[in-house]
Design a protein. Structure first.
Length: 289
């Protein structure tokens, strides 16, 4: 168990995409990567999947215990080496030994259906916005990359929409989902959505007319008790007034502390499901209802 905990911690801190993390995790389980369906054969296995991965590949959700098909250990070992990932010693030794064995696919009988996903959550959000008289623009439900870098792209799109009125005049909400990552540089507090929000607050520092929310749909951002955080035009300035340097907080992966200082954390408690990140940037004001 200690090896698996260390493996998971190393992967979460690596900045690797979730697809790569799952490819590696599958190597250390007798259940994941379709092995549960293999154990159940010849029984028919039907899976109803709540997707929490960009692109909604069922084999990547929870490392696909009932979805046939997994990468060979030799391929995964090459991926580990190419990315310079440091796995716990016993995990590395196990993977190296598995890579020497011939790949074997056991039989299984499966049917898989995705019943909830980031795309569905964004569609629901767009309908809610339109009911309030706000045009919604769904950017993507499968955005990946460093949270702080993804925030810069969102900030640029929000500024363009505000200045040009494209793709629609305000009020307009930009929506996106997927799963960003954080490469830990220091041991601050905060998950990927809080880090996205802090980077966004800095990129839009003082920019009037743009507010935002970034949150994890399961209600837990990383290992903290918040789902994410809110951003308003004066958020970065308010942090400075509270004695927090938001740029230093970002450098130290301490988005939680920065938003806590200005009471801008978003708390929902555990929601009971997970379709990954949810981001909304509102350009303009909500119409009066």
């Amino acid at each position: 168990l200690e090896d698996l905990q260390a493996l998971n911690s190393a992967l979460l801190a690596s900045g690797a995409p979730i697809s790569v993390m799952n490819d590696i995790r599958k190597q250390f389980s007798t259940v994941n990567g379709g092995r549960l369906a293999e154990l159940a054969y010849p029984a028919q296995v039907v899976s109803l999947v709540v997707s929490d991965v960009p692109g909604d590949d069922p084999g990547a959700v929870a490392s696909g215990p009932t979805v046939p098909g997994r990468r060979a250990a030799a391929e995964v070992l090459q991926e580990v080496a190419a990315r310079g990932l440091e796995l716990p010693p016993r995990c590395m030794a196990f993977l190296q030994e598995a890579a020497q064995q011939p790949a074997q696919d056991a039989p299984s009988k499966t049917a898989t259906h995705v019943i909830a996903s980031a795309g569905l959550s964004l569609t629901a959000a767009a309908k809610a916005a339109q009911a309030r008289g706000v045009t919604a623009w769904i950017l993507s439900d499968a955005i990946e990359g460093e949270a702080r870098e993804v925030a810069l792209v969102h900030a640029a799109l929000a500024r363009q929409a505000q200045e040009s009125g494209f793709p629609h005049p305000a009020p307009l909400v930009l929506l996106s989902g997927g799963e960003t990552t954080v490469t830990l540089r220091h041991k601050g507090r905060g998950g990927r959505n809080s880090e996205f929000a802090l980077s966004l607050a800095l990129a839009l520092d003082g920019q009037e007319g743009i507010t935002a929310l970034a949150a994890d749909t399961d209600g837990i951002d990383g290992s903290e008790d918040n789902a994410g955080a809110f951003v308003a035009p004066g958020t970065a300035g308010a942090m400075r007034a509270a004695g927090v340097d938001p740029r230093r907080a970002l450098q130290h992966n301490d988005a939680y502390g920065a938003f806590a200082a200005v009471d801008a954390l978003f708390h929902t408690g555990p929601t009971g499901t997970n379709v990954n990140d949810f981001r909304a940037l509102l350009i303009g004001d909500l119409p009066e209802s």
